[in-house]
Design a protein around this ligand. Structure first.
Ligand SMILES: Cc1cc2nc3c(=O)[nH]c(=O)nc-3n(C[C@H](O)[C@H](O)[C@H](O)COP(=O)(O)O)c2cc1C
Length: 188
């Protein structure tokens, strides 16, 4: 079960723009993050849903698919919803392991709901924080696009040393190279 969810949890960059995440679905995903482990149980992360016009603001502040020539989704294939992963800097430094766990919990929940997502680390954080009018103490850590996928995504097994760059083919398929298990295990 977990393997299937993880296999389906691929980074998606073309969406059905008419399918926004509902407030209830958003709350359900935050609930999964809330229940996830975090360093010293500090719980410094906060979550915001950006949809409608705010989704356009987010779109203009993130960088899509660095390995592709033209990786950003065209009008008509952009996600209608994003979740902003925020850290309350009044509570100390952000712990990135905790951030990763919270994001993965939400993404697996999104897959279970029939969605796919994409994590963004390449963000114009200053611009986005100002444009959204976020409180001073809230730092943008990551952005996650979430929506109904409008592309096929397949895993391609590769060997250590092969190209790790994802690529697209004309049949609207996004190919994600993943190094085979045997090449990842270090024998002691
Ligand atoms: C921490 C982190 C930051 C990422 N930042 C971006 C980003 O800024 N833009 C983007 O298009 N994809 C981003 N991605 C998605 C990766 O490109 C994607 O995970 C990778 O290509 C493997 O594909 P997969 O998620 O389907 O396994 C990010 C992923 C992670 C985990």
């Amino acid at each position: 079960m977990v393997k299937k969810l993880i296999e389906q949890n691929r980074s998606c960059r073309r969406y059905d723009p008419s399918r926004a995440l509902s407030k209830e679905e958003f709350r359900g995903l935050v609930e999964l993050a809330r229940l996830s482990p975090c360093a010293a149980n500090r719980q410094t992360l906060r979550y915001a849903l950006a949809d409608g016009q705010r989704a356009d603001i987010v779109f203009d502040s993130i960088m899509w698919a660095g390995y592709l020539e033209d990786g950003a989704p065209k009008e008509g294939e952009r996600p209608a919803s994003y979740i902003l992963l925020l850290h309350d800097k009044n509570l100390g430094a952000a712990d990135l392991v905790s951030v990763g766990i919270a994001i993965q919990s939400m993404l697996l929940g999104a897959v279970e709901m029939g969605y796919k997502g994409c994590i963004f680390g390449s963000i114009d954080r200053k611009r986005l924080k100002t444009a959204l009018g976020l409180a001073e103490n809230l730092e943008i850590v990551n952005v996650i696009a979430i929506g109904k996928p409008a592309e096929n995504i397949v895993i391609e097994d590769i060997r250590l040393g092969d190209s790790i760059k994802y690529y697209r083919t004309a049949d609207r398929t996004h190919h994600v190279p993943k190094i085979v298990t045997s090449d990842l295990i270090v024998e002691l």
